[in-house]
Design a protein around this ligand. Structure first.
Ligand SMILES: Cc1cc2nc3c(=O)[nH]c(=O)nc-3n(C[C@H](O)[C@H](O)[C@H](O)COP(=O)(O)OP(=O)(O)OC[C@H]3O[C@@H](n4cnc5c(N)ncnc54)[C@H](O)[C@@H]3O)c2cc1C
Length: 231
């Protein structure tokens, strides 16, 4: 591999923690009674019931969600938004619908800069470092390294061989971080990859009260605010 020969300074782009963003968003939704949001955690939609008898246009309406924690009735005037990431095809299949989405599994590790004993601030990455395959960003004290696009089903457990390669590449790019890379925990997440790379967003025409917001893959978080507004 060649050493980097060029760099560009992206003065308008920035990085942020999607984990902190979503946790804070959930907290604000839960804390503000005016928003009227209820979260049902650890609740999986396993089946649903549909009814087309009461519909003037003959389109079926989802009337009940059957979950591992009981049933949820869907009010007559309520819309359902399926935003189940890479599991969207599984949920839509409960309605006999197909979605061309597959998880593109990514690997991530976080290293606290304050824990990098023996290194000076200038030894640590301070902005995004990217070679198109590995992205390293600095989120406050956190040095976050991400990489890999793995097609291997819906498990979100790291595959040992891929995890080892991921660590090796991180050490190759940041040899000074070697001991911390070796110790860091590795977590995987899914990029809900739509086959043509275009968001699945909008109403399901064949059904009366179902919308979808899914994908497109690597940019799902960046686009989430816009998707949410449209949904
Ligand atoms: C390593 C990595 C780096 C990334 N980097 C970026 C980036 O730099 N910029 C960017 O914009 N995006 C990035 N992404 C992509 C981004 O993280 C995803 O697009 C985004 O998290 C998808 O969000 P989502 O809410 O659609 O799906 P998810 O976050 O997967 O949420 C889906 C939810 O649906 C729930 N669910 C599934 N099935 C059911 C069911 N039957 N019943 C009830 N609930 C169900 C799941 O439990 C889950 O909570 C990255 C992803 C990875 C893995």
């Amino acid at each position: 591999r060649n050493q980097p020969t060029a760099a560009k300074y992206e003065y308008e782009s920035s990085a942020a923690s999607s984990e902190r963003f979503t946790e804070e968003l959930a907290r604000r939704c839960a804390d503000d009674p005016a928003l009227d949001v209820t979260f049902l955690y650890d609740t999986k939609v396993e089946a649903l019931t549909m009814d087309s008898s009461s519909s003037s246009d003959g389109k079926p309406r989802v009337t009940t969600l059957l979950t591992n924690r009981g049933t949820v009735d869907v009010p007559e005037d309520a819309e359902i938004l399926v935003a189940a990431g890479s599991w969207t095809p599984h949920v839509l299949s409960l309605m006999d619908m197909y979605a061309p989405v597959y998880p593109l599994k990514g690997y991530a590790m976080s290293i606290p800069a304050s824990g990098c004993a023996g290194l000076r601030p200038e030894d640590l990455p301070t902005r995004i470092v990217s070679d198109r395959y590995m992205y390293t960003s600095r989120l406050g004290d956190e040095i976050r390294i991400t990489s890999v696009g793995e097609f291997s089903g819906w498990s979100s457990a790291p595959a040992p061989r891929v995890e080892a390669d991921f660590r090796d590449e991180a050490v190759r790019q940041f040899p000074q971080l070697a001991p911390f890379v070796r110790d860091a925990g590795v977590r995987c997440g899914h990029r809900p990859y739509v086959n043509d790379g275009i968001l699945l967003l909008g109403r399901v025409r064949e059904l009366r009260n179902v919308c979808v917001s899914c994908g497109p893959g690597s940019n799902g978080w960046k686009l989430a605010m816009g998707s949410g507004e449209i949904a």
